[in-house]
Structures are given as C-alpha cells and as structure tokens.
Design a protein around this ligand. Sequence first.
Ligand SMILES: [Zn+2]
Length: 435
Amino acid sequence: MLVFVLNKHGKPLMPCKPSKARKLLKQGKAKIVNYEPFTIQLLYGSSGYKQGCTAGIDAGSKNTGIAVTTDDGRVVYKAQVELRQDIKGNIETKRRLRRSRRNRKTRYREPRFLNRKRKDGWLPPSIAARIDAHYNIMKKLSKIIPITNIVVEVARFDVQALINPNIQGEEYQNGDMKGFDSVKEYIKIRDNYQCHYARLRPDIQCSDELTVDHIIPRSKGGTNNPTNLVCCCKEHNKRRGDLSYKEFTGKDLPAIRDFRVTVFMNVLKDHLVPRLQKIAPTKYTFGLYTRRKRKEWNLEKSHINDAIVIAGIKPKQEVSVSYYIRQVRKKKRSLHEEIPRKGKSRPNRDAKRNEKNTKKIVTNNNYWCLWDKVYIPAIDKTGYISGFTGKWVYVQDIEGNYLQISEKYKQVNSKELRLICRNNNYICQQFISIL
Ligand SMILES: [Zn+2]
C-alpha cells in the first residue's frame, strides 16, 4: 500500500509508505488532497527526489492493464480497467431515433450536403472512445506519479515484420526479437493452429508441436513472406524434409490467402501512441514479446501482469494493492422515449426531462451524485450510486449487483448512506494481491 505525494506546487513525487505520510500529516507538513487514491500534498519544499517510473499499458478493447514500475523494480501502481462497451449501441439508437423523428411533423428544411465529409483522422466512435479512455487514464495517473516513460502494447504481432520479414533494426538485432518470430506467430494464428498437411497426407499422424513450413523451401529461393508460409506440425515438417510441395502432397502449389493485417493494428499505433507521447516519451511493443517475457519471469496471465511485463522492468515479489477501475456513463441526456417508461401509458411527448434522468439529487442538507462511492452502515457494504428515484437511490457494487437493505426494495434511502468520494466517469475499487 502506498500513498501518492505531490510537492508544494502540485507536481507528483515518488509515492511513500503510509507510516511516513501519517508522520508528515501529524507534523502539519502535508495535507490530504484526495482520498481515492489517497494523495497528500507537501506544504513545504522537499528535496524533490525523483526516480524513473515506467508505465506499461496492455491496451485492449474491453479490458486494459496498467502498471507503473520504478527502475529498481517496485510496482507503485497497477490497475485493471474495464472499458465501456455501450458506445456503438448508443450511437446506433441515437441515429435511429433521429431518423424517425426527422420525418414526423417538422418544418421543411433545405437539404444540406456540406456536412457529408469525415474529417481527417476520423475513427468510429467506439474506437475513438477507447483511445480517449486510455489517454485520460494515463493523464490522470501522470498527475500523481512522476511517469518518465510509457510503453504500450499495440498488437499481437509485429506488422512491419510481416510486410518485410528481412527487416533490420535495433530491436530485431538482439536475439529474442527477431522479425521472423513475429511472422511465425502470425502464420499460426492465420491458419487457426491447424496443420496444413493433415488432410493432404492423412497417412502421417500429426504431432502436437506446431511450426511453420516454407511452401517453396528457402534453399530453392522461397522467401519468409507470409504467402510462402503455412502452419504445420513438427512431424509433417520432418517427413517432408527436402521434398518439393508437389512431391510431398501430389498437388500444385496452393494460393495462400493473406489477410490485410495492417489496417486494424495500425489504429493503436497511429492514434494512441502519438497522444500518449504528449504525456511522456512513448514506445510500443508487440504481444508475442510480452508473452515470452511473462513466461520467463514466471508471472500468471492477467492484464495487470502483462502491463508489468510491458513496462519492461522485472518486478520484486511483494504484497500490494491493485485497482479495479470501471468506466461508466455519467448521465443519459436524451429526452426522446421510443416506448413509454415503465408505469406510464404514453411516451414522453412533451420532452420534459424525467426526474430519474438526473445527475444529482439534493436532500435535506446534502447532495448525491451519480456514481458517488458510498458506504451503507446497515449492511456494512460499499457501492456506487447508479440511479435515483425521488429522494432514494440505487446502489450497485463494482460488478453491477444491487446493494439493498430490505429484500423488497432495490432502492436505498439516502439517509442510510455515508459518502466516501465523488466520481466522474471512472469508479474504482482496491484489492490486495501478491505479485
Ligand atoms: Zn501434421
């Protein structure tokens, strides 16, 4: 467990132990600025001792791992982030409702054609939202931890190596990052981990271990290009030996269909990396190198461990705090109702905002906002406000289960709540883990 520290001017310093933070607070040398995560600010100038901190990001479309490691292998922050998946659906609903609304009792509007072009760098909203989320989380993190480097995993295999398998470069010269390894990995995935010769030569029993076979052998001028490679088991590979494709299978050379791999992989590289660059110098890496190193370091597979590996500094074994963060929708703003709400006979025709569609309710001398983290003493549980009904609120835990005091009602009286902290679009829970 660590306490995040800001200096007198609000710039991040290295996190410290809670005992030290307690001492500083007691002596009046610091003040608390945030409870989640616990952050203090020094009131006097400090020596400003800073170490290098590298952030690793295992970028994903649903779950993302984030870890920050110091140069000497202390993991000072690690989190798994669950991203919103409802963007695409919401945009489609919005589009459908607008389209139907347009043809109802509306005045005539001149057709417009000047808004039909997509701007340069346009991305589908669901992908743009994910990239924004990655950027926003790193930006927040850089305000409490002095991050000096960022490494992000952009794809499972190296695209450049696929296009040009004989690539030369700094990364490719040292042993375990040879370009051809990436091609091999890609071929296995492309061919669905199935032996190419299994059907062509059923007389030979396949073995478990998979490798990659050159259709035209290297010795006869075949290249490392993906179109000359197929996935194949060790046994078939051994038995083929120096035979040509025709001699081994009795068939002509196959036309290997190759996917256009570059399109979806370059999205992260071209859009996320330049944005992260604004926070700290950013490098990128590929999934197959992560996986290999994770096995080497004997870490279990998880988004957080992948992020630690991506950061590239071997961590020390220690008990520490992990964060589970979920991205949430702040408020529904639409007024249009397609079907009547539950308990009503007609839809919202006069477009008045429904009371439930609020981001805040005010009770006697307190106010409650959507996604406030609250503690319910009656059942000794902590949750997040997920909705309102009059002066009562719905409270969910981070997995989305309702926390209720009585069996009968889902909603909880706001008198029963104790505020822990306010939240915007991210709700967060800590858990203890051993690395
Ligand atoms: Zn085989």
